[in-house]
Design a protein. Structure first.
Lengths: 499, 118
């Protein structure tokens, strides 16, 4: 069916000839059937009917059968109304169709389409990390766990040294238990040691700290100052630093001292004790920690108070925690998830310098993004200003034109009005040029922002807050672009008849 | 309308419009004359050749009819986002290649002049 035929069929009574503002009613008690919808059109007494009612039952049935256009035609048609004002209806309709000069982007000023997405969107790294975690789950990988190899070496060394050179006799750990896949438990790793040993050590540390603090700081050597700083650290920080140091050595294959190997195993053993065994609790803890790091990262970025090393450290830690979270979510126990992440960490440690160099560029990009965001946010205000100037210029031109018609041609008043109209039109023309320039600038700024966003995402594999920051910035920029897009170039049709 | 995806979108819009009309008439937020006008004017927009045309026509339609605003938000927004993204990607490529003039031309192509007022 051609469009013309659709028009002819669809056009019914015009609004002027149709039912009044109230609901069209009938005095009969027949109510349309909505096909089991359970509701019916309410009947208002007193209103008059100019044609048959729309059969909404048939409309619904037709729509449900898949013939939606026919259903719309049923609504639109009014067989007894005839084809009144058909041409007018068509003309009215066609006047609403786009004219070539309409802006290509149509936008409701009061209904912004683009909303900034919520922060906390996990970036692409999570999927890659998930895959990496999943890939590590094979039995072969667990068997080849380098930690297990180190543990075995430590075991062998301890067994050989027992009783021969006066070192403390230690229990030889039990053979690797397949159930635990070689991962040591606290009982296997921690040497038998009386509980007083830790306390004595702590007392010694405190005493040393007091001694150093009692002395004049200017008299302390550099090593003593370092020692004092270390002593002042809380045990958790000390432990973590020592663990990082030993892991780094192990990753480079430099962990050959049996005492250090034992210490590493001990630290891992303690770590195993500290890990929450309940997966849900562990996931909650991990998620909380990731959110804390997110907020920390975003705050420091916003303040410009972060070095590239800090960026790398924070994003690495976030990615590791997220990887552990994903591991548990995919069904692994907290302990297994952690050990798999540790493996990944050791493989990533060698690229650290490269990461820091990349982070420097990322930092510059993020600052540039913030600047661009501010520029974009200023544009809608400029757009509003231009709109007001446009309206004023048009009004002035119209007023001058009307004034010129009041006076006889050739008189001074007439020429003056003519001149004023020309000035107003010239002003309007300038404003139109600025509108076009503003729109172009908005697009260029947005494109530049888009480029930088892509670069940052590629380099950092953003997760969490940084991704949220980028999404938000992009969303705000798109909103500004949409607002600017609604600006139009106003023209005035010049009427020469007055002159 | 060759694109099946576009055809599907239009069918969905038609279905949603019918639902909106039925609900509004049922709730007396619209009388039957208004329903006829709404249906008639929507039918006059058909056929729709491409997504850009859909965006334009639906946008104008929603300006005239409050009931169509939600349709525009639901169906027009993703299309507009897609167009914007395509344009930005194209401009980005030009900027990365140092072809600023090309990028400007693309930008200007999206900022065509507005309608002439009397």
């Amino acid at each position: 069916m051609s469009r013309k035929e659709v028009h002819q069929m669809a056009v019914g009574t015009t609004e002027s000839g149709g039912p009044g503002p109230g609901v069209a009613t009938t005095e009969s008690s027949v109510k349309p059937d909505f096909g089991g919808a359970g509701s019916a059109l309410k009947i208002d007494a007193g209103a008059t009917l100019s044609g048959p009612r729309i059969d909404f039952g048939a409309v619904k049935a037709t729509a449900e059968a898949g013939n939606r256009v026919d259903a719309l035609k049923l609504i639109a048609s009014n067989p007894t109304g005839g084809l009144e004002n058909n041409q007018q209806g068509a003309a009215d309709t066609s006047s609403t169709v786009s004219s070539p000069e309409e802006p290509t982007v149509v936008q409701q000023a009061d209904a912004p389409l683009v909303e900034a997405t919520e922060p906390g969107v996990v970036g692409e790294a999570t999927q890659a990390t998930k895959d990496a975690v999943a890939a590590q789950t094979s039995q072969e990988n667990l068997k080849d766990n380098p930690f297990v190899a180190a543990q075995d070496r430590a075991d062998a060394t301890l067994a050989n040294a027992h009783g021969t050179d006066g070192t403390q006799k230690v229990e030889v750990p039990a053979p690797r238990d397949p159930a635990t896949d070689g991962r040591p438990t606290a009982e296997q790793v921690v040497p038998t040691q009386d509980a007083g040993g830790d306390i004595a050590e702590q007392d010694a540390r405190n005493a040393r700290k007091r001694d150093l603090e009692a002395r004049n700081p200017r008299d302390l050597s550099v090593d003593e100052i370092r020692e004092l700083n270390t002593l002042r650290q809380d045990p958790e920080t000390r432990r973590n630093e020592r663990l990082a140091e030993l892991e780094s050595k192990w990753a480079k294959g430099e962990l050959t001292d049996p005492k250090e190997q034992t210490e590493l195993a001990q630290l891992y053993g303690n770590e195993a004790e500290n890990i929450q065994s309940n997966p849900e609790d562990r996931m909650d803890t991990l998620q909380r920690r990731v959110n804390e790091l997110d907020n920390d990262l975003m705050q420091k970025l916003a303040e410009g108070n972060m070095s590239p090393e800090d960026i790398v450290k924070l994003t690495d830690e976030m990615q590791q925690l997220q990887a552990e979270f994903d591991g548990i979510k995919n069904g692994f126990s907290p302990e297994d998830a952690r050990s798999m992440v540790q493996e990944i960490i050791s493989k990533q440690s060698k690229g650290r310098e490269r990461k820091i160099a990349a982070a420097e560029k990322v930092q510059a990009d993020i600052q540039k993004l913030m600047q661009l965001e501010l520029e974009m946010l200023k544009l809608p205000k400029r757009g509003d200003q231009l709109k007001e100037e446009q309206a004023k210029a048009k009004k002035d031109a119209a007023a001058a034109h009307a004034e010129s018609k009041r006076h006889k041609r050739g008189t001074q008043e007439h020429m003056q009005a003519y001149q004023e109209e020309l000035n107003a039109l010239s002003r309007l023309n300038n404003i139109n040029v600025q509108v076009v320039q503003l729109k172009t600038d908005a697009w260029m700024l947005r494109a530049e922002q888009h480029n930088i966003e892509s670069r940052v995402r590629l380099k950092t594999g953003v997760t969490g807050g940084l991704s949220g920051f980028l999404e938000r910035a992009g969303g705000m920029a798109d909103l500004a672009l949409t607002t600017i897009g609604s600006l139009t170039v106003d023209t005035v049709k010049y009427d020469f008849s007055a002159y | 309308m060759a694109d099946p995806a576009l055809q599907q979108i239009v069918e969905n819009i038609e279905g949603d419009l019918i639902d909106a009309i039925v609900k509004n008439v049922d709730a007396q937020r619209m009388n039957e004359a208004q329903a006829r006008t709404l249906a008639r004017e929507f039918l006059a927009l058909l056929p729709i050749e491409d997504k850009h045309q859909l965006l334009e026509k639906l946008g104008k339609f929603s300006k005239l009819h409050v009931e169509a605003k939600s349709l525009f938000l639901k169906y027009g927004a993703p299309i507009e986002d897609e167009e914007r993204k395509q344009k930005l990607d194209l401009m980005s490529q030009h900027i990365q290649n140092g072809q600023i003039e090309h990028a400007l031309n693309v930008a200007k192509g999206g900022t065509s002049n507005g309608s002439g007022n009397n």
